[in-house]
Design a protein around this ligand. Structure first.
Ligand code: PLP
Length: 396
């Protein structure tokens, strides 16, 4: 078995596992016992592939960005997850998990959300399937992300404010878990490759369609399945896991994960987990996370709401620790510049999260003439207010 697959207890090397309250054990065990069988079943594959094609719009194009390539002296392809229904890669996962929930006979879906992107992707598939949807969201985030709250409500989801702690993502997660304990009949739909086993592996398998398509598309367009490097941004790590998945064993392909450095890695306002974090347990999984001397979680910061998570999934902790992936980072300012650059060179407005992946292009060494794929995880419509605010600083 590949060392990049978790063992039977959900460990990638020393990272992973399932650190959960005993009351949740039956739920997690039920999922663990069934997820692989369900995903591999013909019925699931048929529904999943059908929805990805006709509802999401897959395969997403692999686009040769000629003007960007010219600027950096490399052959740069963009994997266009921004063109998916709902505007990002997140829907690949929510479509897959809603089908798994249905196979398990669940009728009520529970999720937590920070910026609201995962909440919207979850509310979308619940509407599609006619299932009840309840989304926990920090009170502060509800105020900051009004358009996504409106979307979720329009889609029929119940949005519950989390009023404890800093009233942001980690508090929403805590309250969602508390709700799950009290309502074990619900299905908890996690939005990234985080949480207790089997979630990281399950979400990685559902996002793996990204690299499955990439191999076919690269072969068609370049004659080879393998590029020299794949670059993706990392919040929890799901778009990167999907973009890396079928390449992890191909050691000739460099995997480059990009974290958000906020105002600077050592500024105290950052989300560069691999640089600042240490081994600990967060949201049910042993991984690398930002914590203080007492093991309390340090509040992360990034201009991009999708990247300010204080941990990374256990697969990424393992890719970092084993040096299979190179971890780089980009500040708010570098990401903003990269977003405006892509927009002006290619007519594509990327999500702020994605802009971090683009921002390492000027920093790469030794890639002249090489083939790179950047996973364009999402579109920038949701970030227009932030872009407008910085427009004058960046464009003369
Ligand atoms: C949520 C989000 C991310 C970060 O999540 P991952 O699980 O690390 O992929 C990145 N890009 C976009 C567009 C997002 O919406």
């Amino acid at each position: 078995m590949s060392k990049f697959q978790p063992d039977q207890h959900g460990y990638y090397g020393q990272f992973g596992g399932a650190f959960i309250p005993e009351l949740l054990y039956p739920n997690v065990k039920e999922l663990e016992d069934n997820y692989v069988t369900i995903i591999q079943s013909e019925a699931f594959q048929q529904e999943y592939k059908n929805l990805l094609q006709h509802y999401v719009g897959r395969p997403s194009p692999l686009y040769l960005a000629e003007r960007l390539s010219e600027k950096y002296g490399a052959t740069i392809y963009l994997k266009r997850e921004d063109l998916n229904h709902t505007g990002a890669h997140k829907v690949n996962n929510t479509i897959g998990q809603i089908l798994i929930a249905k196979h398990l006979g669940k009728t009520k879906i529970l999720a937590e959300t920070g910026a609201g992107q995962h909440g919207v992707a979850t509310a979308t598939v619940c509407a599609l399937m006619g299932l009840e949807c309840i989304v926990f969201m920090g009170e502060t985030d509800i105020e900051r992300q009004a358009p996504n709250v409106a979307r979720m409500k329009m889609l029929g989801a119940k949005v519950v404010p989390a009023t404890s702690g800093s009233k942001t993502l980690k508090d929403a997660t805590n309250e969602a878990i508390r709700y799950w304990i009290q309502h074990p009949e619900t299905y908890y739909l996690i939005g990234s490759v985080v949480g207790p086993h089997p979630y990281p592996d399950m979400v990685a398998r559902l996002q793996a369609v990204i690299s499955e398509e990439m191999k076919i598309q690269l072969k068609e367009q370049t004659g080879s399945e393998n590029p020299d490097a794949i670059i993706a941004c990392v919040g929890g790590g799901s778009n990167a896991a999907g973009a890396f998945y079928h390449y992890m064993e191909d050691e000739d392909v460099a995997l480059i994960a990009v974290e958000a450095a906020g105002l600077g890695v050592h500024s105290g306002e950052s989300a560069a987990t691999s640089q600042l974090g240490e081994v600990g347990v967060i949201h049910g999984s042993k991984t690398i996370l930002m914590q203080d001397d007492y093991g309390q979680i340090v509040e992360p910061y990034s201009i991009s709401a999708g990247l300010d998570y204080p941990g990374v999934g256990p697969l990424h902790a393992f890719l970092f620790d084993s040096k299979r992936a190179a971890f780089m980072n980009a500040t708010d300012e570098e990401a903003l510049e990269a977003a405006f650059e892509l927009t002006r060179l290619e007519g594509i407005i990327p999500a702020l999260e994605t802009a971090h992946a683009l921002a390492v292009l000027p920093k790469l060494k030794g890639y002249e003439g090489k083939t790179l794929v950047i996973n364009l995880s999402g579109r920038g419509d949701k970030d227009l207010a932030t872009y407008s605010k910085h427009m004058n600083k960046i464009i003369e």
